[in-house]
Design a protein around this ligand. Sequence first.
Ligand code: APR
Length: 316
Amino acid sequence: MCRRPVCEGHSDHVDARHWNCTVCTEDGREMAEEAHLEWTEKQALEKIPDLVWARAHKAVHLGNVLVITGAGVSAESGIPTFRSVDGTGLYDADDWNPVEFLRSSTVEHQIDKLWEYYLDRFAGAMDGKEPNPAHLAIAYLEAFMNKTPGRFLLVTQNIDGLHIEAGSTPEKCVELHGDRRMRCSDECWLRNNDGVPKIVPIPEGATFPEDVTCPDCGYMMRPHVLLFDEAYSQELYRSEEAHDFAQEADLVITVGCSAVVPVAQILANYAVMRDAVVIDVNPGDGPLATLADQQGVRLQGRAGAVMPKLVDYLTR
Ligand code: APR
């Protein structure tokens, strides 16, 4: 029987029956890691300082709440994050920098390559995926706050549409980086749709160029996603709504955002300028976790495990 220790943190809460297995079996090790993660997540919730609790609870019942999500909220739905520590991220797969490729110049000069990449890498990763308990908890929080005097807004950087599928309403869900639709790359709506952006669904199983040609002007359509050198805009991405609401938020809950792209941190900082509480939910570290340490609390855990409990507590 193997008696080597697993790791300090595991010794007191992995039952003896499995302890020995954790050294010599992969399953046992995964179980120990899972048990440890669950224990950490439970601890994190129990360790929330009373004052932070009181202010967060008050914000949900009487104030304005901003939830900002990133790729991490969809990780437990099986959609890889963009960046990762173990090389499984959507951007990690290539020996070239997608940030150099995902630019407006690619729309102009390599629209075929852009569609190929989008349909293979993004659409391929999102197809058939379903909301997880974190998405459902956030939708529940919105519904709960419909009955309170305060206001709620969800701002997501994700284009996967899982928040809406989980029951978040389009009015209260700002998809700041776009969604799974497409629009004319020549912006012909500026000429023939009274300037109102015409954004249409991408047909299931779409192929280039047949299914992605603009029916109005014959130009190529492009994925309705914000590229790295493009500006946020109210007409395409409702960015002013997010910006204005952040300046009135009493509580900001950030979920699964690395803040490598600064918008989540910028919005959270707007709220902090009016002394809002910040709760960051992320198993990893980052600038938002640091901000939460200063302005509230970081909950180091997976969104799917932490968010249902957090929302349950906050809506009591
Ligand atoms: N629960 C919560 N957070 C998680 C989980 C999980 N189960 N798994 C991973 N995370 C965290 C990671 O620790 C990381 O901080 O999710 C974050 C994912 O980071 P990114 O991949 O950088 O995603 P995101 O922050 O959304 O990227 C922002 O960058 O590429 C652009 O437009 C793209 O919207 C995207 C933006």
